[in-house]
Design a protein around this ligand. Structure first.
Ligand SMILES: [Zn+2]
Length: 274
């Protein structure tokens, strides 16, 4: 099912891999992963690995380590950790198309959660959407300079893409927790640029949007359904700014004019992942 046979090329040495790794970049080119992505923002880093994101429940080695650490109250590096641990400063996220699309995806379909020492960004999709999952993972990597972990959920027919890092919410400017309660919306800077708006709409519509086509009755429409009022209003405003006519309902924003539906689909390059 997973497209493992697709090879990607390292932009620096043209060697082919299943996936460009941090290890390769450092040992061959003495280059950090983050610098590589900055230098080649459009690079395809290849599919993500499946074994990342092991937990105590499914990895006996991790369980052993965790038990040891729990019994030993002080571990070997505790003192060092207390005294020498550098304060990690997280860089501001680079404003641009990738970030605005990712924001659209998170607002539409993502979850941000706070943990005692870190934060978690999770996007869950149906397991059949492998192309889309790869697209989301690659966006996350380009925005945060870190590979997310991808896990197939045993219980459901779903795959989740997870990123753990500090200050995710603060840097994205999206609060953790319930999106409807927090009445989330699109950040102001997205409205400054047509391409940012287009990418943000792509993120929103590809997660919470759908395309209906009824060839028998010659009707087709593109609809964005969401229960957050501010988000519907923001999507509506962006569409107006990009010159579309729409219907605004109680929980949806809808494009129904035939030529506009197709223009819109093309504009955001709607779900073309295969
Ligand atoms: Zn290389």
């Amino acid at each position: 099912m997973w497209k493992r046979f697709i090879m990607v090329k390292c932009n620096l040495c043209n060697q082919e891999f299943g996936r460009i790794t941090e290890t390769h970049l450092w040992y061959k080119h003495k280059m950090h992963f983050s610098r590589f992505i900055k230098q080649f923002p459009e690079v395809n880093i290849g599919p993500m690995s499946w074994n990342k994101g092991d937990t105590k429940a499914d990895n006996p080695g991790l369980l052993r380590l965790s038990n040891t650490l729990r019994i030993k109250k002080e571990w070997n590096f505790s003192k060092w950790q207390r005294e020498k641990r550098p304060v990690t400063k997280y860089k501001k996220l680079l404003k641009g198309g990738n970030l605005s699309e990712l924001i659209g995806i998170i607002l539409g379909d993502g979850n941000l959660n706070k943990h005692p020492r870190t934060e978690n960004l999770r996007i869950t999709r149906n397991s059949n959407d492998t192309g889309y999952i790869e697209h989301v993972s690659s966006l996350i990597t380009k925005v945060f300079y870190k590979h997310p972990s991808i896990r197939k959920r045993n219980d459901e027919n779903a795959i989740s893409v997870d990123l753990y890092q500090c200050k995710i919410s603060e840097r994205l400017n999206i609060p953790c927790g319930n999106k409807i309660k927090n009445n989330v919306g699109v950040p102001d800077w997205v409205f400054l640029n047509k391409d940012y708006m287009r990418r943000c709409l792509k993120g929103l519509f590809e997660t919470d949007g759908c395309f209906h086509e009824d060839l028998k009755n010659y009707t087709r429409c593109m609809e964005f359904k969401n229960n957050c009022a501010r988000l519907r209003k923001d999507a509506h405003n962006i569409l107006l700014k990009l010159g579309f006519n729409l219907q605004l309902g109680t929980n949806y924003v809808r494009l129904a004019r035939r030529n506009e539906v197709y223009r819109f689909k093309e504009l955001i390059d709607f779900r073309n992942y295969n």
